[in-house]
Design a protein. Structure first.
Length: 196
């Protein structure tokens, strides 16, 4: 249930900036949310099961619907499925990364997941923009054009990396912190020590 609430947070982090007439500059909960969702997809040690596939399919359906809504109703562009295939594959890959890497989370694994998530999206999505996808070509198909595309996307990458780190850090770190606090309170009560 918590994984689906996190998925809802990821969707809202993409929609609300437009509803509030502000720009998010790619500061969303999508990367961290997908890592967390993926970490909750599997059953301890069972690997990728039918239940995992159903959870992944439901997450993809929600994110696909969000892409459609934003494209058609917010940006008011025609929707071309082929323009989003790479993004949808990325969504699935980040869920699977979370499932494989973060089912047993540690600080190092969460940090690796954050860097892999934000960096892979930066590299892949901007390469597709440079290639022109199916809609428009914004940059010349030269090495200089590719460099210009990546350079223009650096502010978005930075914000995506920071937002993914914040969201993943909170989702994976706060439960650990809460457990440590509860354990220290129980230890203090057991030893009749003052709490402060």
């Amino acid at each position: 249930m918590l994984a689906y609430l996190v998925l809802l947070l990821a969707v809202l982090s993409r929609i609300l900036p437009h509803a509030l007439h502000s720009t998010a500059w790619n500061f969303t909960a999508v990367g961290g949310g997908l890592l967390f969702f993926g970490s909750r997809m599997g059953t301890e040690g069972a690997g990728f099961t039918r239940a995992s596939a159903a959870k992944l399919a439901s997450a993809l359906a929600v994110l696909m619907a969000t892409d459609y809504f934003l494209t058609v109703f917010v940006y008011q562009y025609p929707f071309h499925t082929s323009a989003y295939v790479v993004t949808w594959v990325w969504y699935a890959a980040i869920c699977l990364l979370g499932m494989g890497l973060l089912e047993k989370a540690s600080v190092l694994r969460v940090a690796a997941g954050v860097v892999a998530s934000a960096t892979s999206f930066f590299l892949i999505s901007n390469f597709v923009v440079w290639m022109g996808g199916t809609v428009i070509t914004m940059y010349p198909r030269t090495l200089a054009g590719l460099g210009a595309c990546y350079t223009a996307a650096i502010p978005f990458y930075r914000n995506d990396l920071v937002s993914t780190a914040i969201v993943a850090g909170a989702l994976f770190g706060l439960p650990v912190l809460a457990t440590k606090i509860v354990d220290s309170i129980h230890a203090a009560q057991h030893n009749n020590l003052p709490l402060a």
